[in-house]
Design a protein around this ligand. Structure first.
Ligand code: COA
Length: 322
């Protein structure tokens, strides 16, 4: 059984945080942040607004913006997140409860910034196996609650947001072949821990905040993603010219520009959300998709390559036709 994405929805909190905000407590400035990351602003959730709330708001927006779409028959919910409200219950089960969806499997995916694309890869497989028919895939993060505001190399990067895609069976293959992979030897280069544990044999900081070895992740991302775009195209017997858009995880605009240069692809066909929302981890790809849809860029029949990457270090990619 083939599958397709039949609707998407997003949500971002209303609180806008400009680059100047960080000048109050770290040595930085607007020019450095824009030139080194591409970020102009990001959104922060309110103290009483959590990842599950944003998931529910994204689903409500999907329903409001797609007349005729409903949640009847949704039989699985997958939520990519690394910033859940709590360890259990899962964010997916909070969404199930908010919409009283009966007979629905619920699972959170902890694949950091690649979580949303991992969800699409999994949903495609579940529909192909014939075990499920209507799946909500979300990527949602409240990174602002897990940010170390004393670390100027990371705190300027992160923002909050959520996105959701509805995936259903299709006559034609609209969700094409995906790829997934991980290099766990880089686990210590991007982590969030509340326990005094070892990762890759090294003691990590248990302060419950995101730690990133920016330079290492930056280089890994450019090299890995450049290779994986080619692998993903080859797996689908497609060429770059067959794609209408590429959406890489919006981690840093310079990573996206570097990959575009490496693969010789025009930057105006790389869709991003980094400028307005910062690095929103698993939400960044649906946010970029939504921005481009609302700008009238994405049209029916377009082919889009999605590639997420992040803590693990892990990645997932897939090509979809809308
Ligand atoms: N404001 C001003 N200066 C800053 C700064 C800030 N917020 N943060 C760092 N700097 C300084 C550094 O201290 C350094 O100064 P020095 O040369 O005197 O030592 C200089 O700017 C350059 O720092 P560097 O770390 O080389 O910057 P960078 O160009 O590598 O950018 C990141 C840093 C974090 C933006 C970048 O490495 C990055 O985006 N990494 C990967 C993120 C990613 O892909 N994550 C993926 C998973 S989510």
């Amino acid at each position: 059984m083939n599958s397709k994405i039949t609707a998407i929805g997003v949500y971002v909190p209303s609180k806008r945080i400009t680059n100047e905000y960080f000048e109050q407590f770290i040595e930085t400035n607007n020019e450095w942040i824009i030139s080194r990351t591409g970020i102009k602003e990001r959104r922060f959730a309110e103290p009483d607004e959590f990842t599950s709330d944003m998931c529910v708001s994204a689903v409500k927006n999907l329903l409001a913006e797609n007349p005729g779409v409903n949640l009847d028959g949704v039989d699985f919910i997958l939520v990519g997140t690394t910033t859940a409200d709590q360890v259990m219950p899962s964010m997916a089960s909070q969404v199930q409860n908010a919409f009283s969806i009966p007979n629905c499997g619920c699972l959170d995916i902890m694949a950091a910034c690649a979580g949303f694309v991992y969800g699409i890869v999994l949903a495609k497989g579940m529909i192909a196996a014939g075990t499920h028919k209507k799946i909500l895939v979300l990527g949602a993060e409240t990174l602002s609650k897990f940010t170390d505001y004393t670390d100027r190399t990371s705190c300027i990067l992160f923002g909050d947001g959520a996105g959701v895609a509805l995936i259903e069976p299709s006559d034609q293959p609209k969700v094409l072949n995906g790829i997934t992979g991980t290099d766990g030897s880089h686990g210590k280069d991007l982590y969030l821990s509340q326990h005094n544990t070892l990762v890759n044999g090294e003691q990590i900081d248990p302060n419950g905040k995101i730690h990133q070895n920016g330079k290492v992740v930056f280089k890994w991302a450019i090299q890995t993603i450049t290779n994986k775009v080619g692998e993903l195209l080859a797996k689908n017997s497609l060429k770059l010219d067959d794609l209408d858009w590429v959406i890489l995880h919006s981690a840093n605009l310079r990573i996206i520009e570097a990959v575009a240069t490496e693969i010789n692809y025009p930057m105006d066909k790389m869709l991003t959300s980094i400028e307005f929302f910062g690095n929103t981890s698993s939400a960044s790809i649906p946010l970029a998709w939504d921005l481009a849809s609302k700008a009238g860029k994405i049209k029916p029949g377009n082919k889009i390559l999605l590639l997420g990457f992040g803590g693990g270090l892990t990645y997932a990619g897939i090509i979809v036709e809308v």
